[in-house]
Design a protein around this ligand. Structure first.
Ligand code: NAP
Length: 244
């Protein structure tokens, strides 16, 4: 019940502390604003400070809450450890972790891929999510219903030429989350994957420059599973949930 009105509280994430990576644009930004509508308290990370500040303003207009902005490059893995320590001091727990940040790299044959591109894609899409699990798992366990959601892609399970580092990173991410899900089975934490499908973002435009973006769903249109899997009453674990 809402204390102010006595009306039933229909915000399904009311008061839940939610950490979202890659919140500056695209799918991550839509997750943040949707979670705000559901009453969440948000911790938002990305590298682009201005975009995070604009998002904070928008969220304050939605639910009156100020978000905790943590500008960071996820490739600086030690800052992920510092994030966990800082959140423990401030909140003592995290209810929802959304590992959404990702990079595409270059669409090219494996034999032509630059080592620095390979490394960036593996760092952001895979290693940073393992470092997040390592850093945030103790905080998720402090929640009565910790929920971890990681964002994958159909190419993780569909072998296609030229998707090199990106597809490899997402396939490995799905294995990572599957292992984590088995390890937390006896706890209050649940970990799942969402495959968003073709969505109108900067990354999609980079992968398919000739495509008409108006034929794609917007990030706002694919938010239902992101809310469902973040809720305390969602008990699925180790699942790959398609948003399409
Ligand atoms: P996007 O618009 O390019 O957004 C990517 C986000 O990741 C941005 O907020 C970016 O923020 C952040 N990011 C990238 N590198 C980072 C780094 N080194 N450190 C910290 N943050 C970093 O892409 P999107 O389409 O929304 O993608 C979101 C997720 O959905 C990704 O995991 C992607 O693989 C997945 N996905 C997307 C589609 C699709 O059709 N769009 C389909 C399948 C899966 P900054 O640049 O500000 O750091």
């Amino acid at each position: 019940m809402s204390e102010a009105t006595g009306a039933p509280n229909t915000q399904t994430l009311a008061g839940r502390i939610c950490l979202v990576t890659g919140a500056s644009r695209g799918i991550g930004r839509a997750i943040a604003t949707r979670y705000a509508r559901e009453g969440a308290d948000l911790i938002l990370t990305a590298r682009t400070v201005g975009a995070l500040e604009e998002l904070d303003d928008e969220i304050r207009a939605i639910n009156g809450k100020t978000s905790l902005l943590v500008p960071m490059d996820l490739r600086n893995f030690d800052t992920i450890d510092q994030l966990g320590a800082g959140l423990y001091e401030r909140y003592g727990k995290v209810d929802v972790l959304v590992g959404n940040a990702g990079v595409l790299g270059t669409m090219t044959p494996l034999a032509h891929l630059e080592p620095k591109t390979w490394q960036e894609v593996i760092d952001v899409n895979l290693t940073a999510n393992w470092r997040l699990i390592r850093s945030i798992d103790p905080l998720l366990r402090q929640s009565t219903a910790g929920r971890a959601i990681f964002v994958s892609s159909g190419v993780a399970r569909d072998v296609r030429a030229y998707w090199g580092a990106y597809a490899v990173s997402k396939a490995a991410l799905e294995m990572l989350v599957g292992i984590y899900a088995k390890e937390i089975q006896q706890s209050n934490v649940r970990a799942n994957i969402i495959d968003p499908g073709r969505t109108r973002t900067r990354m999609r435009a980079a992968a398919y420059p000739g495509e008409d973006p108006m034929t794609l769903r917007t990030p706002e249109e694919i938010m239902e599973p992101f809310v469902r899997l973040a809720r305390a009453d969602y008990t699925g674990n180790g699942e790959v949930v398609k948003a399409y």
